[in-house]
Design a protein around this ligand. Structure first.
Ligand code: ZN
Length: 229
C-alpha cells in the first residue's frame, strides 16, 4: 500500500484527536443532526473544496460536486440533492460555484471528441451557444475562458430556478435564494457574480411558471416575509 494512501488514516486519527481536544462531545453532536443553511453545488476539481474555501465546519454546508458544476434537469443525482436540501434540510441559500481554470469548461471549448464526457460537456457547450455573440467578441482567449466559467455558473443558477419546487418554495416562504459564485483559483478569493435572483425568477416564470401560483407579485410577498440574507 502506498505511503500516501496510508497517510490518510493517520491524518484522520490526528483530526479526531484534535477535534476531541477542542470539544470532547464533538462527534456526539455531529452524529445527532445536520442543519446546514447552505447547499453548495461546485466542480469536482480537487483544488476547489467547498468547506475550506468557505471557512465552514462539517455540518454547515450540504455539498454536491460534478465536472463543471452542472445542474441538468434530467440528472437524477443533482435533482435529488437539491430536493433533499430544500425539502428536508430546508436550506436557505443555494450556491453554484464555478472556478477559473476549470478543466471541464476548457474541454467544452475544444473542438475535440471527449468520448463518454461529450454528453456531459454538451451542457457547457450549450452555454457557449447561448452566449456566443458575447464570447466570440472577446479576443483574449484567457478572458473568454474566464467569462465562459462565469456564464456557465449563471446558466446553472437559471436551471435551478426553473425547477418547480424552487419556484413553489420561494413563493411560499421567501427562500431558497440562488447565488452564483466563482472561485478564483489564482488568488484563492471567492467572487460573487451578484446574480439578480428575483429578476431571473420573474423573467423565467413568464415561460417556465410551473409553481401553480397565479400570484407572482414578489413585491407584495416581500412585505409579508422577512428579507433573507
Ligand atoms: Zn472544474
Amino acid at each position: 500500500m502506498s505511503d500516501s494512501y496510508k497517510a490518510i488514516f493517520e491524518n484522520n486519527r490526528k483530526w479526531v484527536e484534535s477535534k476531541l481536544q477542542q470539544d470532547p462531545h464533538y462527534f456526539d453532536t455531529l452524529a445527532r443532526i445536520q442543519s446546514p443553511e447552505f447547499l453548495y453545488i461546485g466542480c469536482s476539481d480537487s483544488r476547489v473544496t467547498a468547506e475550506e474555501l468557505m471557512g465552514v465546519q462539517p455540518g454547515e454546508v450540504f455539498v454536491h460536486r460534478n465536472v463543471g458544476n452542472i445542474v441538468n434537469p434530467i440528472d437524477m443525482n443533482s435533482s435529488s440533492v437539491i430536493r433533499y436540501a430544500v425539502r428536508y434540510l430546508k436550506v436557505k441559500h443555494i450556491i453554484v460555484c464555478g472556478h477559473y481554470n476549470c478543466g471541464g469548461v476548457a474541454a467544452a471549448m475544444e473542438q475535440q471528441d471527449h468520448g463518454a464526457l461529450n454528453a456531459w460537456l454538451r451542457n457547457i457547450r450549450d452555454v457557449y451557444r447561448l452566449h456566443r455573440d458575447e464570447l466570440d467578441a472577446i479576443e483574449d482567449q484567457q478572458a473568454r475562458y474566464d467569462r465562459l466559467v462565469e456564464l456557465n455558473v449563471q446558466e446553472q443558477c437559471v436551471n435551478i430556478i426553473k425547477m418547480a419546487m424552487i419556484q413553489k418554495l420561494y413563493v411560499k416562504q421567501g427562500y431558497p435564494i440562488v447565488y452564483g459564485w466563482v472561485f478564483d483559483i489564482r488568488t484563492g478569493l471567492l467572487k460573487d457574480l451578484e446574480i439578480d435572483f428575483k429578476a431571473i425568477l420573474s423573467d423565467i416564470m413568464k415561460i417556465y411558471n410551473v409553481s401553480g401560483s397565479k400570484d407572482l407579485n414578489f413585491d407584495k410577498s416581500e412585505e409579508d416575509k422577512p428579507e433573507e440574507e
